[in-house]
Design a protein around this ligand. Sequence first.
Ligand code: NAD
Ligand code: WQD
Length: 339
Amino acid sequence: MSKVLVTGGTGYIGSHTIVDLIDNGFEVISVDNLTNSNEDSLDGIEKITGVRVKNYRVDMVNLAALLDIFRENPDIIGVIHFAAYKLVGESVEKPLQYFQNNLGGLINLLTCMNTFSVPNLIFSSSCSVYGNSEELPVTEATPFQEAESPYARTKQMGEHIITDYARANPGSHSVILRYFNPAGAHESALIGEAPSNKATNLVPVITETAIGKRDSMTVFGDDYDTRDGSCIRDYIHVMDLANAHTKALQYLLAGKDRTNCEVFNLGIGEGVSVLEAIKAFEKVSGKPLNYEIGPRRPGDVVAIYANNRKSAEELGWKPERDIEVIMQSAWDWEQQRSA
Ligand code: NAD
Ligand code: WQD
């Protein structure tokens, strides 16, 4: 069996990706220092797949400890790199921590991969690299605009670091995946988004409000130039996203990459407004949501959604779940974890 190292494997997208990798016959090990997750997700993965995944509780900023993992596992064929800090607001307050963690971890990982001749890397990037794009939908060729936050800048810089590494190491093979707005949970409700940090993303804020963890929630602005005045995003179900990683790895292993550093957008290719997302939640849950309209949130882009044609054509990836499936699975997960 081919062994894959997943960094950030106990986190939200990492844990769902591990399930999809195991379902597709890969062996997985994880490295996660549990700064924004805990090992309960490994229990969920085991219940779903029957496989107990080993997690190395190691900080990727510690190069010596990371090298030890590669030394102990000389049969790693590829790495999927999720481990990073991801809170946009926090990154504005603590930019150095974000640069140190997100870029320090990446540089250490590339050093290990170079040292142990592990060729295949899949990197979690973000639609935030596009900034406030004038072009919609955005394609992989749409130029980066100024990053709206230090977090987004770590993703832009991470992409540049990988591109330069690929250029200097022709035997390496990297795929950069730009996620749009990941949401939802595994259909079993055994794993889902369970951050140690307070949720700030729209979908968990909606489910936490509906279950009563919050009294109400705020829609950040309804006076934008969009069809209903609220912001537009491309919400992608986490299991569709997870499957794109498996497909990207299979694509690298089959030698299908045209250059040794390829970039793909991962979104459904359609925009959904905040008010439409709330309506979808109310429809699947049968619960009216207690929300108010508030002022715009600083730094929000008005609208962004993906052109996902390249992922469809080259990876053979097709997202299958829409905003209602996202809301249903997020709601099932919220009810399960609050029970
Ligand atoms: P997450 O916080 O749930 O998972 C990241 C995991 O990495 C956490 O479990 C955390 O403990 C671990 N980690 C962080 N720093 C580490 C370090 N130095 N050493 C070891 N482990 C470390 O986040 P997620 O939503 O699963 O995001 C995964 C990746 O996808 C991140 O790189 C994130 O920036 C990117 N991304 C996320 C979104 C999103 O909205 N969730 C969107 C676009 C891109
Ligand atoms: C979505 C929409 C809000 C909460 C962020 C990062 C991006 C990527 C995904 C990592 C916006 C509105 C939200 C609330 C609201 N992450 N909203 N009330 O900002 O699109 O993207 O997560 O890479 O880089 O920037 O996601 O879920 O915060 O917001 O009205 O309480 O929901 O204004 O329009 P965002 P989000």
